[in-house]
Write a protein that binds this ligand. Structure first.
Ligand SMILES: [Zn+2]
Length: 117
């Protein structure tokens, strides 16, 4: 999938993706693999339980994105319940890459990554 995404980026020939590619380049391969496993585990495990919450969150994000000026959004972590900031830069990144918004705060994400390593 990552390779497919890279193919797509290559097809666009757009240099606006270069910063993201550079950022990706620095990501540890293990981290990517851990993230892929996390996504698979999420899809297999708590899709049905969390669907409504995810839909609600998506709605509130779409609502927030409609504003004239993009701004940071506070999201609630599904793991620890703490609020964390989903910054404008991250929102653009997620949107461009066609990803959904993060469901966990950075520290829980980090924690989950470590568990897989
Ligand atoms: Zn958390």
């Amino acid at each position: 999938m990552i390779l497919l995404l890279l193919d797509k980026i290559q097809e666009t020939g757009s240099n606006k993706y270069i910063p993201y590619l550079r950022a990706w380049e620095k990501i540890d391969y293990k981290k990517v693999r851990a993230r892929i496993r996390e996504v698979i585990r999420d899809i297999e495990s708590d899709v049905s339980v969390d669907q409504q919450a995810a839909a609600d969150r998506a709605d509130s994000i779409n609502e927030a994105m409609k504003g004239l000026e993009p701004h940071d959004i506070d999201l609630r972590c599904i793991e620890c319940g703490n609020y964390f900031t989903f910054s404008v830069g991250e929102q653009r990144f997620y949107q461009r890459m066609g990803f959904v918004h993060p469901r966990r705060c950075p520290s829980c994400r980090e924690q989950r990554d470590l568990e897989f390593l």
